[in-house]
Design a protein around this ligand. Structure first.
Ligand code: SF4
Length: 453
């Protein structure tokens, strides 16, 4: 069975003693996916650790009851964004407004809520919203036409507010309280929500469904909420079918579904940050990772459609790139196919004192003039060029290309790199069928260092 607990706080200490058993029990109960939302920097890091350890997903944010101190706000915000660079941290949440606890003044809560909304829009991350005694105010601040999925976690708005939320396309999170006897109004609201906009969640360790009230909640109990949703939505299909529908909805809500899957614009590798601008390439190298994988180390790098310029630029703008040794334009395709964009992005990074490197197949001489290529090279601090062969015949065998005379174009690019005096490194791949001693000899003749990977 496929099942998704879309909101489950496994980071809380309630699970310290038996986390592995809790995760195993949820799998046995048919919960194949779990997302762990967070409340501050510390819990966001812990959620990311758990997600990576157990192949789950996590979200990072400041909960309205756990906002940072004004004196450390900038530093904390930067640390929180760093967590969003983790490979299984795929959403921003939970943020929102809580006028029930009122731990912080409404103005401060609204400031941080709006900040999270703006960040989600800049990065293209789904947004998980908490509202307690603030359902109307939350809707006031959320965009009417959200550019990213909005998930109203543990929603308890009345019918009028629910109708507004539904008309804007928000997802409605349903959990244990829908099973409580006194909550007839909530059940009526849930029965009115279009099936495609419903998500199931446990909010563990809180809000256990009947008959487990008073005990610690856990994701294995998702099924009890699914059963209630099934009943409220007509009850004609099997539990498995309802669970599958809710799973699919959640995959869409968190942009994990093949139809709207979000690819990572940036990803961490070693002490560098890599920028992924395209999934297109003129070559079909025999060793290319794209032949077998969709990404690297849990990052999804394959775009359904290449990202708009603004998404790449705003991603670089938002993230604390200064924390990395360098920014590498590499990705899951050939970055020079978007030369204007990478020049702009590199300039933005260098203006912040960050070194930039271009990793390229060197074939842009097939569609750019020498002057433009020199301008491109001048936009980076260093360049790494995939040499991969010792001559045209070998290159055509290992790196078949749609570019005519690709080897000649590559040689031309290498000569231009030499002329531009940019720090240059050539690369080749071991076990690719290339004659490495001859490739090494060629690199020597070209008077450039070679890295054999
Ligand atoms: S040039 Fe790079 S991205 Fe293109 S096919 Fe070869 S290895 Fe893959």
């Amino acid at each position: 069975m496929l099942g998704f607990d879309s909101h489950c706080h496994l980071h809380f200490h309630d699970f310290d003693k038996d986390l592995t058993e809790v995760v195993a029990r949820s799998a046995t109960a048919g919960i194949s996916h779990i997302l762990i939302p967070s409340t501050d920097v510390k819990t966001s890091e812990r959620s990311a650790d758990i997600a990576e350890k157990y192949s789950l997903y996590s979200a990072a944010a400041f909960h309205p009851d756990h906002l940072p101190d004004d004196s450390t706000a900038d530093e904390d915000w930067s640390s929180l964004k760093s967590v969003l660079l983790r490979p299984r941290t795929i959403a921003i949440g939970e943020t929102g407004l809580d006028f029930y606890h009122n731990t912080f003044k409404p103005e401060k809560q609204i400031f941080w809520f709006r900040r999270h909304i703006q960040l989600a829009e800049s990065l293209g991350y789904p947004l998980i919203v908490h509202s307690r005694d603030a359902e109307s105010e939350v809707l006031d601040h959320l965009p009417e036409k959200p550019p990213v999925p909005v998930i109203l976690h543990c929603w308890s708005g009345d019918q009028r507010l629910t109708d507004i939320a539904v008309s804007r396309g928000y997802y409605i999170g349903v959990d244990g309280p829908v099973t409580y006897k006194k909550n007839g109004d909530l059940r009526s609201v849930v029965s009115s929500v279009p099936r495609k906009q419903l998500l199931v969640e446990t909010d563990s360790p809180f809000l256990p469904p009947e008959p487990f009230r008073g005990r610690r909640n856990e994701p294995a109990n998702t099924r009890l909420v699914v059963m209630k949703i099934r009943e409220l939505q007509g009850g004609s299909e099997s539990i498995e079918s309802t669970s599958f529908t809710l799973w699919e909805n959640t995959m869409r809500a968190y942009r994990l579904h093949p139809e709207n899957r979000r690819a990572d614009v940036v990803y961490r590798y070693g002490d560098s940050l890599y920028v992924n601008v395209t999934s297109k390439c003129q070559n079909s190298c025999v060793f290319c990772i794209r032949n077998t994988e969709d990404g690297i180390a849990d990052y999804n790098l394959r775009y359904i459609q290449d990202p708009p310029d603004e998404l790449v630029l705003s991603t670089i703008r938002e993230f604390p790139i200064e924390k990395f040794k360098e920014l590498v334009f590499c990705g899951f395709g050939e970055p020079t196919l978007r030369s204007q964009l990478i020049m702009k992005a590199s300039a933005a990074a260098r203006a912040r004192g960050v070194r930039t490197r271009l990793n390229t197949n060197g074939l842009c001489t097939s569609f750019m003039s020498d002057d433009r290529v020199l301008e491109l090279l001048g936009s980076f601090d260093s360049v790494s060029i995939s040499l991969n062969a010792s001559g045209a015949r070998e290159y055509n065998r290992i790196c078949p290309s749609e570019v005519e005379n690709s080897w000649e174009h590559l040689m031309r690019f290498i000569r231009l790199a030499g002329r531009s005096h940019i720090e240059t490194q050539l690369s080749a791949v071991k076990n690719s069928g290339a004659d490495i001693p001859r490739v090494t000899a060629l690199a020597k003749r070209l008077q450039m260092p070679l890295k054999v990977r």
